[in-house]
Design a protein around this ligand. Sequence first.
Ligand code: FRU
Length: 495
Amino acid sequence: MTSQTLREARKYEETYDKRIALEDRPGFHLSTRVGWLNDPNGFSYYEGKYHLFYQYHPYDPYWGPMHWGHAVSEDLLHWEYLPAALAPDMSYDRDGCFSGSAVSLPDGRQLLMYTGVKRIPLEEGGFRDEQTQCLAVGDGLDYEKYEKNPVLDVKNIPEGCSKADFRDPKMWVNEDGTYSCVVANRAADGSGQLLLYTSQDGFEWKFKSVLIENHNRFGVMWECPDVFRLDGKDVLMCSPMDMLPEGFEYHNGNGTLYLLGTIDEENGTFKAQTDHAVDYGIDFYAPQTILTPDGRRVMIAWMQNWDTSRLHPKETPWFGQMTLPRELSVKNGRIYQNPIRELEKLRHNKVEYKDVVFTDTIKLDKVKGRKVDLEIELEPVEGKELYKKFAVRFAQDCQYHTAVSFRPYESILKVDRKFSGSRRAAIHQRRSQVSSENGKIKLRLILDWFSAEIFVNDGEQVMTITLYTDQAADGISFFADGSVKMNVVKYDLIG
Ligand code: FRU
């Protein structure tokens, strides 16, 4: 039975998404159907299609009572909107259906687990959140909330832990057919921790252990956890709130973190060995991963960040898009990320330049555009002093540009969107320490109208930003302070 609240949301999105022209949306990144989008939810493969749900407020371009938007795709690049899947329509989720995940049940149905939020007003003013984990079962289109909801509530939270912050369940099916899930919570000291729960059938859950405690090491509350095995390592990903920068890591305030380590299955604990930010740009939060039918671990994230997501005008018809889905692998103690290989099918009009030596600003014939895959390889020129700086500028005309620059002496890569057309004094620049030797570096820039994702050294690091520059600004130019030798391969991304 569809509730009135869900019917209204479905009617609203159907009416209003027609008012957004296709060319005013990203070309191959999923954007919200209408209104507002944040975290990816329920990323899954079900009945021959990828399903992606998302935190959704259809009625205006700002966060509000959370629904789950819904889209499906066969290749993770072309998305078809389906009607909203969940609306805040029950007493236990009346203030929002927060983030969660999805699995397939043995009987062929799809199971969603999400956080139901209920705000209880306090006598002294303000309110207290009641966050519980809830289920909905469906057929890939319509979902029925489980009659025994919530399935995890305060009774399932260990003594002394926060009863208010308890959200974002990520569940998975184990090899023996049982189910596990991790839920974000806070320990007595206010610092983030993840709770591990298990279930025989996906419906009845019990507490197993505190998987890991943050001890205020990485930010405060950890949101949107994900746990998976990759290339012989156990990986824990999450999005810590209020992070302090450490060297060139964690510059985002609301940041992202991955830990490589090992899970002790018996005791249900995670032991971390290394930590890094997941992305080093500005707009990236709440990543969620999926194991594809052909065995790839693919990650998608909200291509925005809380600190820069409240500055757009009220009239904006849509706000919020996902990153490009990225294939993950573990190499040299790090997670490498590369655009999903399906993107290669969109590559057209190849243009290639080899051994271009330059010492100032240059443009290359046919190298321009805003939906572009651009591979750049740099090296110093033999017999010349090492160059001081290289930059590629894009989304460029006489007024606007966004730049990625590299300084080999410091090995610093910088993105800068100050001149992208923003009228706000928001965060526009980010620097990252990258690996390079003697001025050699490889960059792959994926541009899609409103975003740039910069993959460094075959995916060792990624810097992601959004930009809302006038679409007519489609120039690309290169700059060198000193002598640079460069190879460029450029494709238009079409289709
Ligand atoms: C992360 C988050 C989640 C929550 C959701 C609410 O961006 O704050 O913790 O479930 O967004 O929209």
